[in-house]
Design a protein. Structure first.
Length: 181
């Protein structure tokens, strides 16, 4: 088994163990456990509470918190996922017409040394364009983030119903509406 496959397994196993023993901290989220692993610097970045907005087709986005455990800034330069034809790192800005608009984040996402970056609806996010199939609540979506040093980090994020995050894309498109189940 490769490191890329062992780390997610160990993370899920450790999470399940904490949940069963009652040693975990109480949270308000009922999201399934997710996993993260890095190909070169194992603990350089961690991804917590990741999720993807459920959508039938078109576009959607991924969110969560990315923490940098090192003493150096780390830049995420790109994202990929088999769930979509194209993924981009996006920021949300105020458009000239006074509405919030999404656009590709030039230069990528910089996670400061010992800091974190929150990916959230209406803010920075991973834009998923051209879904290869619907994202349903509970689906596990795999991602790989490429870092400026050439390494990668992989994680999975569950699909989740969410009615917000309907900003305009600066290319004139809007994300697919979430499903309401």
């Amino acid at each position: 088994m490769t490191k890329k496959h062992i780390y997610p397994f160990l993370f899920v196993l450790a999470s399940a163990s904490l949940a069963l023993t009652g040693c975990g901290q109480a949270t308000t989220s009922a999201a399934p456990a997710s996993s993260a692993s890095a190909s070169q610097s194992t603990a350089a970045l961690t991804v917590s509470d990741p999720w993807v907005k459920a959508a039938e087709s078109g576009m959607t986005a991924a969110f969560g918190t990315i923490r940098n455990t090192t003493d150096k800034d780390i830049t995420i330069v790109s994202a990929t996922t088999p769930a979509t034809a194209m993924a981009e790192l996006h920021e949300t800005i105020m458009g000239a017409n006074g509405t919030m608009q999404m656009q590709a984040k030039q230069g990528g996402f910089v996670i400061p040394a010992k800091g974190e970056l929150t990916l959230a609806p209406g803010e920075n996010h991973i834009m998923m364009m051209g879904l290869t199939k619907p994202v349903q609540p509970g689906d596990e979506i795999a991602f790989e983030l490429a870092l400026n040093d050439g390494s990668t980090i992989s994680f999975t994020a569950p699909g989740k119903d969410f009615s917000g995050a309907n900003e305009n894309y600066s290319g004139g498109q809007t994300p697919a509406p979430s499903s309401s189940k």
